[in-house]
Design a protein around this ligand. Structure first.
Ligand SMILES: C[S@@+](CC[C@H](N)C(=O)[O-])C[C@H]1O[C@@H](n2cnc3c(N)ncnc32)[C@H](O)[C@@H]1O
Length: 323
């Protein structure tokens, strides 16, 4: 579908201002909180918010509140997005202003990931207790087993494997398992836990969920358990996880439903306070894996959190389905 002349003018007018173009270029990299944009742009919050409002009204960015924070991301695919994508693709990356913004965003991201790394290094030994503070591990694990299904898996990949709980849970149902994590401290504990569980089919590897270096379609079960809410770009992590899922294989994501425990950002490095079904469903669809089921496990105590499990299955290959 084409844009009407009025729509084209609205899009061009919204993007046709230096700060707003800079904002679009930054959001092309990842979703950002308003305060992060203020830091990179070195502008006051009211000014940045005014620009964001105009961009949102023109359908170029999406605003999504998350607890007390507000995040923005580039609008999902659509006519307006295509026009802007075209403009952003033609920007010279060496433009001094844009290059400076990119460096500042690198600094913001580096600070964020250093804080998260330090948190996981410090808390690796207590992680199993921390995880069970707000949810019932037993309920979640029973549901994960149910969603994974009764079949035996050839290869399980657990992204952000932490202390290896998903590996010890699902390892006995799989021929080969791989846990990937960015924290050496977590990997060391996972190594001990999987060995103590008598699992000889588990490999633990240092790696980044955004660039796993795993072959396409190489696992018939991929799990991302309580990882997305720490990440700067959860949609990119879902895309990378989906890439690894083999035909007829499953991706199982476990995380929190939207909540208001703001202190989890300060004290436990959470970036996002949960995810909506719509958001995860959209990321899965964009990654080529239509969601097959989702379920909610309500909190077992007053200050607990609702855990969500979203599962998606890759279609069989054309050849196999024809056969
Ligand atoms: C909250 S823990 C969850 C661990 C495990 N899945 C569980 O539920 O017990 C999150 C894990 O994600 C890992 N992590 C965070 N960012 C990551 C990244 N970019 N790539 C790989 N692992 C990451 C952390 O090191 C940590 O071990």
């Amino acid at each position: 579908m084409k844009l009407s002349a009025k729509q084209a003018v609205d899009v061009l007018r919204a993007a046709g201002e230096p700060t707003r173009l800079r904002i679009l270029a930054l959001l092309e990299r990842e979703e950002l909180a308003v305060l992060e944009l203020c830091r990179v742009l070195d502008q006051s919050q009211p000014r940045v918010s005014r620009h964001l409002k105009l961009l949102a009204e023109a359908g170029l960015v999406e605003r999504f509140p998350d607890g007390a924070w507000v995040f923005y991301r580039l609008a999902a695919a659509g006519r307006q997005r295509e026009v802007i994508g075209e403009v952003l693709a033609r920007l010279n990356p060496d433009d001094p202003g844009l290059a400076r913004d990119r460096r500042k965003l690198d600094d913001v991201q580096a600070e964020r990931s250093a804080a998260a790394q330090a948190y996981f290094a410090e808390n690796a030994a207590q992680w199993d207790q921390i995880r069970s503070l707000y949810v019932s591990d037993a309920d979640v694990e029973a549901q994960v087993l149910k969603v994974a299904g009764p079949k035996r898996f050839r290869r399980l990949v657990d992204l952000g494997s932490g202390t290896g709980r998903m590996l010890t849970l699902l390892g006995p149902h799989t021929e080969q398992a791989l846990g990937l994590d960015l924290s050496q401290q977590m990997l060391n504990i996972a190594r001990r836990n999987t060995t103590e569980a008598g699992l000889t089919n588990v490999e633990l590897r240092h790696g980044d969920i955004f660039d796993t270096r795993l072959p396409d379609a190489s696992a018939d079960l991929v799990v991302v358990h309580q990882v997305l809410h720490y990440l700067g770009d959860p949609a990119a992590a879902v895309k990378e996880a989906a890439r690894v899922v083999a035909p007829e294989g499953k991706l199982v994501i476990v995380d929190f439903a939207p909540h208001k425990h703001e202190f989890l950002r300060e004290q436990h490095q959470h970036r996002r306070l949960g995810f909506s079904d719509e958001e995860i469903g959209r990321w899965l669809a964009e990654a080529g894996l239509p969601q097959t089921e989702h379920c909610a496990l309500p909190p077992t105590r007053a200050d607990g959190l609702t855990v969500k499990i979203w599962a998606a299955q890759r279609a069989p290959t054309a050849l196999r389905s024809a056969a």
